[in-house]
Design a protein around this ligand. Structure first.
Ligand code: DHB
Length: 313
């Protein structure tokens, strides 16, 4: 049973990818993920200049979900150039450089810096749900805004494929994906966190997170991820690769996102719950399921729900 996936000529030994914002701070932490089975890694969201995160507490979790408002802390692009450069000198697995900004112009500048380092792909975080107070609604919540960011980034990214990270918190994610595709998006990451949500402490009567609200992740959001991936795949007629992410804890979760249309699978919150070797565990579980079911190559699963639906209509 073969788990490898090839996307724009880049070979991933298996479909699992470290999701952005999890563990992804230094070259050594990225190598550690690959040693534990990750087929690829995504950096944290990189800003042009140093960016302070939100004060603590920033995360609250139950077994069903996590809420986080870390606030995308980052040392800025100069530090990122060092760490990304260090990793790329001798990379054990493909690297996806994730960028974030508060304006279209800054998205372009940051992407240009990171693209020069030649990551395998760029991922554009236009969908952080906690930026509303600082920068207005996320770009991913409006088709014209999402398209404008895509167009600008494509002008500065050279030959590096650009993946737009979409928000589930919209009425029609397919229309937003299509607007980005028309401006040259090479692929999508779906989904960013859901919400934002809020949790309140009963005794203090106060929101638990210092930021009051945070992005929802974990097992509870998987059905939303599956639906959004299916919508993006259908809207773009399965022509563009999707990094599916959202609530993946097991190999069967990963395969479900693949049936909806994902080629690669981001794993984030589960790293905290199943341990750093969650990548290896998910791969073993995918392997076990596919072998038992006679699936020879994991790529046979990608978008297979759509084919099944079409064959029965
Ligand atoms: C944060 C960023 C995100 O992209 C997200 O989905 C949730 C939280 C943050 O750092 O606050």
């Amino acid at each position: 049973m073969n788990l490898s996936q090839k996307v724009y000529g880049v070979t991933f030994q298996n479909p699992t990818v470290l999701a952005s914002g999890i563990m992804g701070i230094t070259a050594s932490s990225w190598r550690f993920c690959v040693e534990n089975g990750a087929g690829g890694i995504t950096t944290k969201s990189l800003w042009l200049t140093e960016h302070m995160g939100h004060p603590n507490p920033t995360i609250i979790s139950t077994e069903h979900w996590s809420l986080n408002a870390v606030g995308l802390p980052d040392a800025g692009v100069e530090k990122a150039v060092q760490e990304v450069g260090d990793y790329l000198k001798n990379k054990p697995a493909p690297l996806i450089g994730n960028v974030v900004a508060g304006s279209i112009e800054d998205f372009g500048k940051t992407a240009e810096h990171i693209a020069k380092l030649k990551p395998d792909f760029l991922e554009v975080n236009i969908s952080c749900p906690n930026v509303e107070d600082e920068f207005g609604k996320p770009f991913a919540c409006s088709a014209p805004d999402a398209a404008a960011v895509t167009k600008h980034i494509k002008q500065v990214s050279g030959d590096i494929p650009v993946f737009i990270k979409l928000s589930p918190n919209v009425n029609n994610i397919g229309a937003i994906a299509l607007a980005c595709a028309e401006q040259g998006a090479d692929g999508f990451t779906a989904i960013n966190t859901v919400g934002p949500g809020m949790a309140i402490d009963l005794r203090s009567r106060m929101p638990i997170l210092a930021n009051k609200v945070g992005g929802l992740s974990g097992p509870a959001i998987k059905p939303i991820a599956v639906k959004c991936i299916a919508d993006v795949y259908a809207a773009t007629e399965g022509k563009l690769p999707i990094i599916g992410t959202g609530g993946v804890y097991t190999g069967e979760d990963a395969l479900e996102l693949m049936l909806a249309g994902a080629t690669l699978i981001g794993i984030g919150t589960a790293v905290g719950d199943r341990g750093i070797d969650v990548f290896k565990k998910v791969c073993d579980e995918m392997q076990y399921w596919c072998t038992n079911e006679g699936v020879e190559h994991v790529s046979d699963m990608v978008g297979a729900m759509h084919k099944e639906l079409a064959s029965r209509s």
